[in-house]
Write a protein that binds this ligand. Structure first.
Ligand code: NAD
Ligand code: AKB
Length: 315
């Protein structure tokens, strides 16, 4: 990776990966982009372009202008937002990806597109979910993510575009808020614990999902994109995980640091239905074998770091 374009760069992942990659690859070698320019360090401290991924010409112009060799494609509509507006989820997630892949084919760029645990559905085995298994998702987000994995495979097989991607679980972070997903409760809970010592959870107790702390997610993107291609049997559909917990377990971990913290429940049945259709825990053996995936943070280490960082931010 020498000249990198990040789409959807003002979101939860983009807000952190752009700053981190600028340190590694050089300030002028990481171009942030989104469909509009928001107030954000990413847009204000380095090169920024307006790129709406549903507009192929805007993607092509940015790639040409900056002689891009790698696209980190993060522009997307996530699960909960996608269920409220399935047409927008289809448009951004499918047409946006198609535009990025076409430009990558023409300009010979590598492409990283994160997939998600949302590719799985109610008929998928729920525990230690294998990488290759039944995938019949019941959300529009999940449908676009499965189709996206296949489309990326297709561009590699047919056109030799260097496409790579991992199935992220819920990501927990303290820089940008999450963008409308089913796993967002596991971020909000830390903010509310510090602000109000109280959180009302929109998922039921016993709802287990895979999760990961953002520093591990950033490492995953760089590690996979820098991996030796000859070792990659799979390319666009790597299961990766760092931990699996339910609301009770994250709440108990927070209570160790904030004894007065209390959580109650007001379940959102629409979001609960999505969570119930996803695995309890993934098997990420192939990522470990093929490119050395090895997360650093478990629930205890993440909770300590989240509370330390957020205390500084919120004070
Ligand atoms: P996010 O919602 O925080 O950010 C996505 C960004 O894309 C937003 O800033 C949004 O404004 C932008 N965007 C939307 N439509 C656009 C368009 N037409 N053109 C350009 N930009 C547009 O999402 P994220 O959490 O940063 O996720 C990035 C990628 O990682 C997505 O593909 C997502 O599916 C995947 N992922 C994320 C998680 C997670 O927990 N955050 C988990 C699994 C997979
Ligand atoms: C969401 O909940 O939609 C995302 C994801 C797991 O893809 N966090």
């Amino acid at each position: 990776m020498k000249k990198i374009l990040v789409t959807g760069a003002l979101g939860q992942i983009g807000s952190e990966i752009v700053m981190s990659m600028r340190k590694t690859y050089g300030e002028d070698n990481v171009i942030a982009s989104s469909r509009s320019k928001g107030k954000n360090d990413v847009a204000e401290t380095g090169i920024f372009e307006i790129v709406d991924v549903t507009k192929a010409q805007q993607v092509a112009d940015a790639v040409k202008k900056h002689k891009i060799d790698t696209i980190i494609h993060l522009a997307a509509i996530l699960s909960a937002t996608g269920e409220n507006n399935p047409a927008a989820a289809w448009d951004v997630n499918m047409n946006g990806l198609y535009n990025v892949l076409e430009v990558a084919r023409e300009s010979q760029c590598a492409v990283c597109t994160p997939s998600s645990i949302a590719v799985f559905g109610p008929s998928t085995p729920k525990d230690n979910t294998p990488q290759n298994t039944l995938m019949r998702p019941t959300t529009m987000y999940g449908v676009t993510k499965v189709a996206g994995e296949l489309l990326c495979d297709y561009y590699f097989q047919k056109y030799n575009v260097d496409t790579r991607g991992m199935r992220f679980p819920g990501l927990i972070s303290n820089v940008a808020l999450p963008g409308g997903g089913t796993t967002d409760y596991a971020v909000h809970i830390y903010y509310e614990a510090l602000k109000n010592k109280k959180y009302t959870c929109f998922l039921e107790k016993g709802t287990y999902m895979d999760m990961m702390y953002m520093p591990d997610a950033l490492d995953a993107i760089v590690q996979l994109m820098e991996a030796d291609p000859s070792k990659l049997v799979d390319r666009n559909a790597f299961n990766i995980t760092a931990m699996s917990f339910d609301p009770e377990e994250i709440s108990a971990e927070i209570k160790k640091h904030i004894p007065a913290f209390e959580m109650d429940y007001d379940v959102n049945t629409n979001i609960q239905k999505i969570a119930d259709s996803w695995p309890n825990s993934l098997d990420d053996t192939e990522a470990r074998k093929q490119w050395g995936w090895n997360p650093k943070y478990d629930l205890a280490a993440m909770t300590k770091d989240m509370l330390d960082k957020l205390s500084l931010k919120l004070n």
